[in-house]
Design a protein. Sequence first.
Length: 299
Amino acid sequence: MTLRFGMQLPVQAQSTYFVEEWEHDAGGNELGAVAAACDENGFDYVAVCDHVAIPRANAVTMNTTWYDTVATLSWLAAKTTNVRLLSHVFVPAYRHPLQTAKAFSTLDALSEGRAILGVGSGHVEAEFELLGIPFSERGRRTDDAIDAIRAAFADEWGSGEFGQRPRPVQPQGPPIWVGGSSPAAIRRAATKGDGWLPQGTLKKDMPAAIERIRGLRDGDMGGFVVGAIAPFLYVGDPGWDTGTGCLAGAPAKLADYLRDYAAMGVQQVQVRFRSRTCDELCDQIRAFATDVAPLIEEG
């Protein structure tokens, strides 16, 4: 099975769990440069997160820098040519389903069919309270929203008496990938999604999760995309402390680790690289595409 690779972009989300020091002073130039490097080096997608506003109590760890998802992806659409544009993840429960359908149909039209709608149920309770949405209803609202969005993608009049244009370029609209690793998220991905974006599932637990999805789909995995998230990587000898949880080394070492995902039935792996500057991150993207990805394919 051929693995494809995507990347969640830096700068646009700056949680302390994954932000690099250089991102604090970065902006559109750096964000565009990283997206262009992914585009030029055969990455399948670039991804942008979604939060409306961060509660003060969460700001110490989450930070308050979270670029608007659709605005950022639309801007990136004009900066790139081939790479797909993924929300990882968008919270449809925050909005009316027709707002989400309109935004991603427009993104798909303007990008000539490169949009992917990644959705999640959300996790910051105070953010739901701010928006006047019951936190306890987020799962049901997400399920209902997926159905309504899919209907609007498929048909200009899918909502009934209200039509929407522009129409998406992709037949039936952008694919809908469901994020999350809870039992509810896995059920939602299997029964309502076109793909699964795990968040927090360890590599050793991926085969069991995939089998769970396969069972919920009655064994039919045709057209369904299984994703995975790799640990932080560094191609080559970094010569500096990349911290715990980073897999660094020769291209063959990284290729061996990532190749396991294909054997599990994974088609998409989200990779991320440690870096001290924007230039170093772009160099890592190029090194991965040139030196690591071909070894995975050969294996």
